[in-house]
Design a protein around this ligand. Structure first.
Ligand SMILES: [Ca+2]
Ligand SMILES: [Ca+2]
Length: 191
């Protein structure tokens, strides 16, 4: 298990990733070679993951968001991701509203993994997402989206829940599919 192979990426992993992510064979193969070099153990740690995320977001603070992403993919809570989990993480965090992406977004917001999203969890993720926005762009946001708190309020209102109520996965996915504003507020778009 997990042996570094000089022959490159195992065929079944490549086929599986092409299917689930639609990344090209060339991209996946290239990432695999880099991954093997950087993580000879075949597993990436939270710290390494934070460093990679930091490179994607040179003008902002991606650490909190990276920690949430990592948590959402580290299903067995052992503090590492394998190559497949890592690539799927990269795929899921790109913008989009396919059902699989929204299912993942739900798990991202469900910080304590209890199957529901509460308002404090929405606030926590709004703070992490806000830090992804470069400082010079934070000043140009609409007045009702100019702070993490305002963004959390706006998002929570779309779900039409009372303060102490919670959101189930189906409700979350439905609301985001029906609202471009909600979609925009749950993910960071590089544009
Ligand atoms: Ca793990
Ligand atoms: Ca929860």
């Amino acid at each position: 298990m997990g042996n570094a192979q000089s022959g490159g990426i195992p065929r079944e992993i490549l086929d599986d990733l092409k299917l689930t992510t639609r990344f090209s064979e060339a991209d996946i193969t290239q990432w695999y070679d880099n991954f093997q070099k950087q993580c000879p153990s075949g597993r990436i740690t939270l710290q390494q993951f934070e460093e990679i995320y930091g490179k994607f977001f040179p003008d902002s603070d991606a650490k909190a968001y990276a920690q949430h992403v990592f948590r959402s993919f580290d299903a067995n809570d052992d503090g590492t991701l394998d190559f497949q989990e890592y690539v799927v993480a990269l795929h899921m965090t790109s913008s989009g509203k396919s059902t699989s992406k929204l299912e993942w977004a739900f798990s991202l917001f469900d910080v304590d993994k209890n199957g529901y999203i509460t308002k404090p969890e929405v606030i926590e993720l709004s703070e992490a997402l806000f830090k992804l926005i470069p400082k010079d762009k934070q000043g140009n946001l609409p007045s009702d989206e100019s702070t993490p708190e305002k963004r959390a309020e706006k998002l929570w209102a779309i779900f039409d829940k009372k303060e102490n109520e919670r959101i189930a996965e189906g409700e979350f996915i439905q609301a985001v599919q029906d609202s471009e504003i909600a979609l925009r507020l749950i993910q960071y778009d590089h544009k």
